[in-house]
Design a protein around this ligand. Structure first.
Ligand code: AMP
Ligand code: MG
Length: 430
């Protein structure tokens, strides 16, 4: 006779569907609507670093605006210097910013870098290849070639052409190019506003709880620091809502609050489907949620959805929601693989992918995984990659020791000498 079970069996929660990272990204890009043009703002070109252009920049001018000298030297007609050693009288002096007169045939003009080449001159000879001869003459010690040392009008930019397309993330050199085209201000997307909170009753804050006050089971909250800094490094505004207790009501309350003023809510932890994981029911109660098991390692569970701002919120009045796994390396990796693209997409960036660099593996990875893996590695002095020995999803040291990840396809082993796909943190975190 069989004994009845002491406790009623708890139903096993339904497993979310397994999805590839690429499918997840494609779905996100479809679900997340970029800010519309009405939300663009005009900022000083000085203050636009890291922002995303909401409109293309066209040049108002030719750059350079006229043919000018690439050297300090002498401007002349090639026809006047048929052989090296020809001496010409110096008819004028043209420093940068001064426009000379048309060149008198049979003479040379003293000219300086950036000065407009006088009409009639077709070459500049650098001063190192010329010798002053008494007062007011110069010997040209070389035979000039047509066009030599002359930077042509418009050789960098033609007036009217697009120098920076909409969707460009503004680098220091892009700001310089915009300025050279005459743009004192730029139309940019507003900065995404991101709310961040960590879930987990085990979490305590360094500074609030000293190491000797730590109770058994407690750990320091590291994701709060990592994720907040990654949000800020992408030029987004981050509202840090701290730690939310592992309770449904508290999680719902935090979500409702976060949805009000933010475009995106990012959380860490609580996205598995255990009894202590309240993210799923909380987002379902406050909005809509898809829970995905991504076929990648680290970082399997990921939650995506929307949270309503009011009970009757239309589509536009919702905040997006991304729940990252709690393990520190998992949340770090899923942030740059999934959240970064969303934050760039919101601002209108089209090309948010980081292109992998083929590099030589200087390590063996003998056990293939059925999931796509992101291995923490570091470039070595011989142009290869070394592997951090411990690839556990809780080993944050790997992400500090490393300078990037190898994107290793599912089912793939690696032998030393193989070419692998390397993604540097320097690009993934900016
Ligand atoms: P969870 O996703 O909530 O099941 O958490 C998975 C693992 O990550 C657990 O070992 C947690 O203790 C750990 N964890 C969750 N949140 C954080 C955090 N903010 N900082 C450091 N570790 C965390
Ligand atoms: Mg947890």
């Amino acid at each position: 006779m069989s004994q009845p079970p002491l406790q009623p069996a708890t139903p096993t929660p339904a497993r979310p569907p397994l999805m590839s990272l690429d499918d997840a990204l494609a779905r996100l890009m479809q679900a997340v609507r970029p800010f519309d043009a009405a939300q663009a703002l005009q900022v000083s070109t000085f203050d636009a670093l890291g922002r995303v252009l909401a409109a293309e920049v066209r040049s108002a001018v030719d750059v350079p605006p006229a043919d000018n000298s690439a050297m300090d030297g002498y401007a002349m007609r090639c026809a006047d210097v048929p052989v090296a050693g020809t001496t010409l009288p110096v008819s004028q002096r043209i420093p940068a910013g001064v426009v000379g007169t048309p060149l008198v045939p049979g003479t040379a003009a003293r000219i300086f870098t950036g000065a407009q080449v006088p009409l009639g001159a077709d070459a500049v000879v650098m001063q190192e290849q010329c010798s002053a001869v008494g007062e007011g003459a110069v010997r040209i010690d070389t035979v000039p070639q047509h066009g030599q040392a002359i930077r042509r009008r418009g050789e960098d930019v033609h007036a009217g052409s697009v120098v920076l397309p909409a969707g460009t993330r503004l680098s220091p050199q892009a700001l310089g190019l915009a300025a050279s085209a005459g743009a004192a201000t730029l139309a940019v997307a507003r900065r995404p506003r991101v709310a961040l909170f960590s879930t987990g009753d085990e979490l305590v804050m360094p500074g609030e709880v000293t190491p000797d006050q730590m109770t058994p089971g407690a750990i320091y909250n590291s994701n709060r620091y990592t994720l907040r800094a990654m949000i800020q490094a992408l030029g987004c505004e981050c509202t840090d809502l701290g730690i939310v207790p592992d309770r449904l009501d508290a999680t719902r309350e935090a979500l409702r609050h976060a949805a009000q003023q933010h475009d995106l809510i990012v959380t860490s932890g609580g996205v598995s489907v255990g009894e202590e994981d309240h993210i799923k029911p909380a987002v379902e109660a406050e909005g809509r949620l898809d829970l995905w098991q991504m076929s990648m390692k680290p970082g399997k569970p990921l939650a995506f959805g929307v949270v309503r701002r009011r009970a009757d919120s239309p589509e536009q009045a919702q905040a997006y929601f991304i729940g990252l796994p709690g393990n520190p390396v998992s949340s770090f990796v899923t942030f740059f693989l999934v959240v970064r693209p969303v934050l760039l997409h919101l601002q209108g960036v089209i090309d948010w992918r980081v292109r992998p660099t083929p590099m030589r593996a200087d390590f063996d990875w003998p056990r293939a995984d059925k999931r796509r893996e992101f291995l923490r590695v570091r470039r070595n002095a011989t142009g290869g990659l070394d592997l951090f020995p411990s690839q556990g999803s809780g080993v944050l040291t790997s992400a500090v020791w490393g300078d990037g990840v190898v994107d290793n396809p599912a089912g793939q082993t690696i032998r030393a000498g193989d070419t692998v796909h390397y993604l540097p943190f320097s690009e993934l975190l900016s």
